[in-house]
Design a protein. Sequence first.
Lengths: 145, 361
Amino acid sequence: MIKRLAFAAIALALLAVIIHSCKKEEVNIPAVEPLKEVNGSWKIIKATRNGTDMTSRFDFTRFRISFSDSTYTIANPVPFIVAGNGSWKFDDGRYPFIMNFRAAGDTLKSTEIQYPVTKGVRNIILSFSPGCKLNTYQYTLEKEN
Amino acid sequence: MKSLSQIKGDSNFKRRIPAAEVDQILYVMKFSINNLKPEQARKFQNYFIRIVATLIVVVIISCSMTIDSVDQPTSINGGETLNVTLHLKIKADASQTSKLMIAILVPKMWNARQKATLTFTSEKTTGVQKMTVIPVGTPAPQAQGLDWPAKIAAQIGSGGNLINDWEWVAFYSDADYSVANEPEFKATVNVSIPTTTDNISFKTGYVVANSSDGLSGSDRYSSSFPGCLRVLGTGDLIDFCNPQLSSVEPRTALDNDIITLNFDGGVTSNPLENVSDIYLCAKAITTTGETLDACAATVKTKLTPLGARRFRIDLWPRDFFAVPAGKTLLRLEYFFTNADGSISVGYGGLSDPFLYTFNCN
């Protein structure tokens, strides 16, 4: 009985020492949304026209758009926001909702974007009207490895 | 054996009743009913029948609505206002306060949501009563969250229009109206819709209901489809009414859109009806009068079979016809052919080409 009491007392004392020795240290790490990175080559993995899935009905497989800092180049074009190569810019680098394109010699064209991560892979979803404004297309782009 | 009153007064009654005691209770009830005197049995039977009859009456419609007739012209010049009169009969079996609902089936190009006006008169109201369009997304009654256009489209349909470019537009009366158990009365609805100059054939439709019953019962609403309206406008005929050998989607497009040319070889007898490989032979005309041809039977011009003698081809006109920079396409003239071009089908299955004019109206 006395041994048990003694053991308990020692355990409590040790616990008190451990708790007292743990110092709380406040570290102020400001939360900063990272800039969205799109440099690289992107391909179309899904395309719709007025909500109808056109992915397998029209050949989008060879299309590539390559972003490099503030410029882009297009290979094997398909109906798109712009017809040629040029410059691009997000409306907000950390919280983008709009992607602006300006093909060489052309006016500024803007498109709404979504920037989700799907199955661990970053996608860019663009919504635009390349022809008649009554028709809306949505392309889902995935970065090539 | 305990009587019912003894069982009821038993403090154990509220606890779980042993099976043996349940049997006792049922026996007592059955014994009691079976041993009613004839007069008592007849009274009980009458009382039971009255209860059942009342329940049946409760579920009977409280307000029936019928479109008795529709006055609509068979044709109209494009750009003029289409004036239609609906003659309704309304009967209320019970008291109800609700709005009158009228929905019209129209081609989207008319923008009826913004431009149509509806009014009505009736034997129960004084003067012209106004109606206002119901905003899209406003839930219809007893429609599981669907708005009136969606509910009507799902339950009543598209009136047989074969091109998917139509819409239901619904209107409520500005005022609520109270009706009670009273004889049938009449109402007259005046529909006024400015049309566009598009050259179309379209099957209009009309639905009448009220803001309480919705489409919850077959005689709580009424629909009418008066037939194919011909709008004599300009440009290629857009025929919503009749099956077509060929159609193009989207209905409006420019040369930088992806367009789909459909061929329905089963619609009517034609020289290609027994041919399995169908090709497109097309000519594109620019706004400055140049002609660009794509008529060779290749992988590029071959249509995709869809079954049931239907085929389609999806193409990007600017790329398909190699349109030079700075040029714009005005229209297409096209045929469908077999592999060697010896059989060719155009408009009406004959020798004139199908036409598609690029536009964004």
